[in-house]
Write a protein that binds this ligand. Structure first.
Ligand SMILES: *[C@@H]1O[C@H](CO)[C@@H](O)[C@H](O)[C@H]1NC(C)=O
Ligand SMILES: *[C@@H]1O[C@H](CO)[C@@H](O)[C@H](O)[C@H]1NC(C)=O
Ligand SMILES: *[C@@H]1O[C@H](CO)[C@@H](O)[C@H](O)[C@H]1NC(C)=O
Length: 648
């Protein structure tokens, strides 16, 4: 039990320090799967120029190619093995799979089946490794049989096994078979903390480990099938180019789905604060003229829809139109999917510029959008602008209400998170009861008082803050309580045009654990733009949507900075998203049993990513009270416990 508590502690530190701590291993697995994909493609090249496989091939030729392909396969197998050792190090998944069968729940049955399937894939892979090792002594028919088994349609053959593993992760008929195994696990683990403790892991890591284990099986299977097609080709059984490419497609599809199943909602977004918007010059002035150019319209609005051109086919920006620029005269626009907060999936200009990711299909059909000439000398250009339109589709509000613990009943803050209810972001805290000598009994999350900005009596500036082009800065501060005080609340306020973070501290007596609520104080770093040393801005360089890209996102903000919510990069995302995203994962060290002295707002990001903003907590430094734990005789000389000191 002691080690379990320790591990939970480690996890808590991870949570406080980095929500993406466990992505590392998953990234390794993803990288390996990419590398193996490339290795396999290159191995096809080993076979060289197309040869006539139907005419029976010369024996030396077969031997040479066979050896090369098997050597490659050996390399791939070793790479898989190395990562497998890493993933299996903590053995939690193995223990979970081994420990099933006591209860006949749906989850147990699925885990049992999964364990069975994975062990069959593993057995096949072991056999393959043996064959690679012993290739010189083996009959060719042995290898050929094995390769044929790997790619056989028979349900119990390799590809059938992999399909069944995948069906457990993503059931093909969700209504019939219910949720996937990762969801079932998560729900089960969240209900039964003690058993997670037995496994000495957090639910999230367990999900990641499970995901890694399944992905590794996929990679193994994929490599084996690809090399089998190669061998069969060498043995003159057929061409198989098409078959191999189908295997690859199915593999890519399966792994993408499995990754989606392992993911959980860990973030929320401010939406449509500043969004890329195509508008023709002719509709941005009252005279419907085209005498200016795009750059002229730094702050404009829509004044109509001239001759029902492209303007009639897209929702008008009813707010302000900002910072227009000319990219090219003619373009193809892929409108966003229904229900999306984007306007466009992507835009392709005739000069070759591409905005957004042109990977997905264009479900609602492409639009050809061409500028035109008026009387030969006025060009009515389509401009790329930003739209700042607050309205029902734009989530850009932050609650200014205090989130405080029940100090009258001696409760203190033990956790923090950002949540989005409707269109409004709130700070939420969890609280626990403070006892003697820093002991905290965990309580629960304090319910948020939800509201909509349109509710009667709810006022902008009092109850909530609205982000806009001029008012979109969020202060990033890390605030700690003075000595002898403890965290009992957090809130957002507005200072100047900035959304500002504050904490509430309350003095307490360490020995007795009593709070002194009559001496509460709100603390913040009131540095403004007008001061001698104004806060510095955290630059977001060509920010992409932060969930794209494999790079880990580290804390890149410092105390006394601010970040501005802004549009994503034009080229990477057609400026359709608002970044940074908001991390909504709870930060609750020691599952609510830690003594917390401070809190902050931080940014986690990387060059070229919009990153995430998230709250942070500081645990109370118990060493402050080492002196307060003296032998009884020297009680008189002990330092007083709750002497208020100046900030920082
Ligand atoms: C094998 O099939 C592919 C695609 O079907 C084709 O391009 C290639 O020429 C074929 N090779 C031989 C040797 O028939
Ligand atoms: C392959 O070999 C067979 C038999 O020798 C021959 O009939 C056929 O034309 C050859 N095909 C090609 C593409 O060379
Ligand atoms: C804390 O409480 C103890 C026990 O009531 C008391 O003796 C001590 O003086 C208190 N410390 C402070 C700083 O008030």
């Amino acid at each position: 039990m002691a080690s379990c508590v320790r591990l939970l502690l480690v996890w808590a530190v991870f949570l406080a320090g980095g929500a993406r701590a466990f992505v590392d291993e998953a990234v390794d697995v993803i990288r390996l799967s990419k590398e193996i994909g490339e290795e396999v493609l290159n191995s096809w090249d080993v076979l060289g120029r197309p040869f006539n496989s139907s005419s029976g091939v010369e024996l030396p030729f077969i031997r040479r190619h066979e050896r090369r392909v098997l050597a490659r396969l050996g390399q791939v197998a070793r790479a898989i093995e190395r990562l497998e050792e890493k993933v299996e190090q903590n053995g939690a998944v193995a223990r979970l799979l081994a420990g099933t069968g006591r209860r006949e729940t749906r989850l147990e049955l699925r885990l049992h089946e999964l364990g069975d399937l994975l062990s069959r894939v593993a057995a096949a892979e072991r056999q393959m490794r043996d064959y690679v090792r012993l290739q010189r002594e083996l009959e060719r028919s042995t290898l050929q049989d094995f390769a044929a088994w790997c790619v056989s349609h028979e349900p119990r053959a390799l590809s059938g096994l992999l399909e069944r593993v995948h069906a457990l992760v993503r059931p093909p008929h969700q209504y019939l078979l219910g949720r996937g195994i990762l969801q079932l696990m998560l729900e089960d683990l969240e209900e039964r903390h003690p058993d997670v403790c037995e496994l000495q892991l957090s639910p999230h890591q367990l999900i990641y480990d499970m995901y890694n284990t399944i992905s590794l099986a996929e990679i193994k299977g994929y490599a084996m099938m690809q090399f089998s097609w190669m061998l069969l080709k060498i043995y003159g059984k057929g061409n198989y180019t098409q078959e191999a490419s189908l295997t690859r497609e199915r593999y890519v599809e399966r792994t993408a789905r499995a990754a989606a199943a392992a993911r959980r909602e860990t973030y929320a977004q401010v939406t449509r604060l500043l969004q890329g918007y195509i508008e023709n010059e002719v509709d941005m002035n009252t005279e419907q003229t085209c005498k200016e150019n795009c750059g002229y319209y730094t702050l404009a609005q829509n004044h109509g829809c001239f001759k029902d051109m492209y303007c009639a086919r897209q929702p008008t920006c009813k707010g302000r139109i900002i910072n227009c620029q000319y990219i090219d005269s003619d373009m193809t626009v892929c409108p966003a999917k229904k229900g999306s907060t984007r306007r466009y999936e992507w835009i392709e200009y005739e000069n070759g510029n591409r905005f957004g990711q042109m990977t997905s299909e264009c479900h609602r059909g492409k639009n050809k959008v061409d500028s035109w000439w008026r009387w030969l000398f006025w060009h009515c250009s389509y401009c790329m602008c930003l739209c700042d339109e607050s309205g029902p589709t734009s989530d850009r509000y932050f609650s200014l209400w205090d989130a405080t613990s029940d100090v009258k009943n001696n409760k203190v803050v033990t956790g923090i998170r950002l949540v989005k209810y409707g269109r409004v972001f709130h700070l939420q805290i969890s609280e626990g009861t403070l006892g003697e000598r820093g002991a905290v009994t965990p309580g629960g999350w304090v319910p948020v008082q939800k509201f909509d900005v349109n509710d009667a009596g709810v006022r902008e500036g009092q109850d909530y803050h609205t982000l806009s082009y001029e008012r979109r800065a969020l202060d990033l501060d890390e605030l700690d309580s003075p000595r002898g005080q403890i965290l009992t609340g957090v809130r957002f306020s507005v200072i100047g045009a900035h959304l500002h973070f504050e904490i509430r501290s309350t003095p307490f007596n360490y020995t007795t654990g009593r709070l002194a609520p009559e001496r509460n104080q709100w603390i913040s770093n009131d540095n403004t733009d007008g001061s001698d040393a104004p806060r510095s801005r955290l630059e977001l360089y060509k920010p992409d949507v932060p969930t794209r890209g494999p790079q880990p996102l580290q804390v890149d903000s410092k105390h006394d900075q601010y970040v501005e919510f802004t549009n994503s990069d034009f080229e990477k995302d057609a400026a359709q998203s608002t970044v940074p995203f908001v991390d909504i994962q709870p930060v609750e060290p020691m599952q609510g049993a830690a003594l917390i002295s401070g809190a902050g707002m931080i940014h986690r990001g990387a060059r070229g990513s919009g990153g995430f903003v998230s709250p942070k907590l500081f645990t109370y430094d118990h060493s402050r009270h080492v002196h307060a734990d003296p032998p009884p005789a020297s009680l008189q000389t002990a330092e007083p416990d709750s002497m208020p000191m100046s900030n920082f």
